[in-house]
Design a protein around this ligand. Sequence first.
Ligand SMILES: Nc1ncnc2c1ncn2[C@@H]1O[C@H](COP(=O)(O)OP(=O)(O)OP(=O)(O)O)[C@@H](O)[C@H]1O
Ligand SMILES: [Mg+2]
Length: 448
Amino acid sequence: MKCPDVSSSSDTGSRSDLQLYQEALSCMDLIASKLEKDVDLPMIDQLYERCNSTIEELRTAQPNPHISASLESLLETLSFQQSLLDSRRRGYVTERRRTVSEGCFNRGMCKARNCSMRRNSERLEREADRFLEVEDMLMPLSAEGGSLEDIAGLHEVKQILREAVVMPLQYPQLFQDGAKPWTRLLLYGPPGTGKTVLARALASELQCPFYCVSSANLLSSWVGESEKLIRELFHQAQSQSGQCVVFIDEIDSLCRIRSQMEDEHSRRVKTELLRQMEDIKRKGESSVFVLGATNCPWDLDPAFLRRFQRRVLVPLPDRESRRAIISSQFKTTPLELSDPEWTSLLDTTEGFSGADLTHLAVAAAFFPIRELQTCRFWRFTHDNKITPCSSDTLGSMQYPLSKLPADKVIARKVELKDFISALQTTPPTVSPKVVQQHYEFSTASSHS
Ligand SMILES: Nc1ncnc2c1ncn2[C@@H]1O[C@H](COP(=O)(O)OP(=O)(O)OP(=O)(O)O)[C@@H](O)[C@H]1O
Ligand SMILES: [Mg+2]
């Protein structure tokens, strides 16, 4: 299509209605082609402004109300694109997101052509909001979620995730015939066992588009909006060129067992989500992978449970994992525990979740820092730092903390007694009953 000279719009009166409308469309095409090739935002910005004023000028001079309405609709599409451009300017739109934005731009262009007269600005605004809301769920590719290896223990779960998601991405040729990769997997287990961190680590390991969704993201108070948001989410996911993961955290808040008391709104949300998950199943070649996480799988509607081809228990950490989780909190702060002290600590923390252990370690690490406030006797370390000591230590010096050079002061090592004190305020949060419930669910689930 011929690109118009957008700067020479002053002779609008001498051209036919059709010509004017086509010129307006050409303006939009010009921007679309620029968006594909350029990342020069100020230049595209300038072009928008020129197009905007050109279409506005054409519209004002236009006596035909139908053409004028069409031009108005084009202006709305332009402003929709402007909001996409703003999001790019805010700096969180990655290269892959740019592709999605352009996909949406083209969709907007088609719609503008086909039904521009019918579209009203409120609808367009909602569509733009919805698009951006879903885009916000896309985790940046540079996310520092660590890798699966950084997560302590959970070897079986990590192995399953690798087989289900990582391998089909890295070795697609292995999954062409009989071995079809799974498309839906549910992680369940007691709170704080690492389901969310597993998903985040997977995202950063995969380096593929990863939509991280919580029920709060999807539930809107606008009637019908949640369903549209779910549709938009899966539409965007499926329009990605390679593999893509949709992670729905705390999926139980969306997919609880249906009841008589349930309102129409949540019923429709569930139906839409089921439909979208079903669609993925039907499209044999689809590369969208749905990962769900919940800490109460028994609350999930059986229709949803059935749709997850694998349900994987994320258990409480075993002995070795507990040691790794505690140690990982002391990369810079020194920890001094003898083997018998480790044994005692690991015995005591049986039944703690990963989150409990993290809190315990943080609480324990505070005791030596707190002691600094009341400490009176200090000594120099071999690397010329100043650390607390007892009054009878050879070469000790007596000062209040405030009189010492701040950058030289270091706390003593964290010891078993600090963990014992910390245990008073940070008990385990997962009851044996909940653990039992998960094992029972796991057994029942493996027989179903
Ligand atoms: N296996 C683990 N290795 C290292 N850290 C862990 C592990 N499990 C849990 N943690 C720690 O516990 C914190 C909470 O984990 P996470 O939020 O993933 O739990 P969750 O299973 O999603 O809990 P919930 O069911 O409540 O959503 C993490 O930030 C992490 O510090
Ligand atoms: Mg979680």
